[in-house]
Design a protein around this ligand. Structure first.
Ligand SMILES: C[S@@+](CC[C@H](N)C(=O)[O-])C[C@H]1O[C@@H](n2cnc3c(N)ncnc32)[C@H](O)[C@@H]1O
Length: 262
């Protein structure tokens, strides 16, 4: 059994390898290098989290898991205002080459307006909630000359009929407890379940943007997952004011936004 320990003043990380063939390299020094690197990275991450935890606000823990696919929601239930700077960062990234943009989830239309501000060629929006589709029709009146199309339904049921795009903007939320468990609790990041679909609907060089559950950088697992479907990516750390009583499952005033390139 191989054991490794990494200590700092406040904590200790212990690694126990039970199987001899685990991370087997031709030479022992090579294995030591990999293990030390992994352990150091984990310990450094914990020290960084120790600092970041001091910036957390209490919020209102206990997100509702009730079915909201057709629920009539008010603005703040759809998306709290603190997310507006994130929408702007994502809209600017997804429209960096203009062209044909696909947006998943209309919500309050905040991001849709920002996408329109970028003068895109066409703008297709998939939205499943009928009351939000009503909001879309009111919003659309402000853009009479623009090529904007709404596709009604879940993206899972409708996206196959759509073609290729230059940019895909993804911002949905879990519609019920089942989606919460599948897409949040068991995923690297919420958008993970959409990665293959995003990649298959982008033209070469097209951009996919989404928000993450990352505070100040990107985990290795998350990077590996992006690179499985996309050729490259860039990240932006967006700063904002987070309310003390935030209701969404986020408690600190920064978040990483990703732009992944097909
Ligand atoms: C957080 S809101 C989007 C907010 C929007 N970005 C804005 O700036 O106002 C999420 C939206 O995604 C929609 N949605 C959630 N899951 C969906 C799915 N599977 N297919 C289509 N729309 C979905 C919801 O009905 C909701 O309108």
């Amino acid at each position: 059994m191989v054991r490794r320990t990494r200590r700092s003043n406040k904590m200790e990380v212990n690694l126990v390898i039970k199987e001899e063939g685990f991370i087997k390299t031709p030479h022992q020094t090579q294995r030591n290098m990999l293990l030390n690197q992994a352990l150091k990275e984990f310990a450094d991450d914990l020290d960084t989290l120790d600092q970041l935890a001091k910036e957390f606000v209490p919020g209102t823990i206990g997100h509702s898991l009730e079915d909201r696919s057709q629920k009539v929601l008010d603005d703040e239930e759809i998306m709290e205002d603190w997310q507006i700077p994130i929408m702007l960062a994502m809209a600017e990234e997804v429209c960096s080459k203009s062209g044909d943009i696909l947006e998943i989830g209309f919500g309050r239309g905040v991001a849709s307006t920002m996408i329109q501000d970028q003068n895109v060629k066409s703008h297709t929006i998939i939205e499943c909630n009928d009351s939000i589709i009503d909001r879309f029709h009111v919003w659309k009146n402000s853009f009479p000359e623009k090529d904007i199309e709404i596709v009604k339904g879940l993206w899972q049921d409708t996206i196959d009929d759509l073609g290729l795009f230059d940019g895909v903007f993804f911002h949905t939320y879990p519609l019920d407890g089942e989606e919460y468990m599948e897409y949040i609790a068991n995923s690297v990041t919420f958008a993970e379940h959409f990665f293959p679909t995003a990649a298959s609907h982008l033209r070469p060089g097209g951009a996919f943007t989404y928000l993450t559950n990352e505070i100040d950088s990107l985990s290795r697992g998350h990077q590996r997952l992006i690179l499985k479907y996309f050729s490259s990516f860039s990240l932006q750390v967006v700063k904002f004011d987070i309310p003390e009583d935030v209701k969404d499952t986020w408690w600190i005033g920064s978040m990483v936004v990703i732009k992944a390139i097909k």
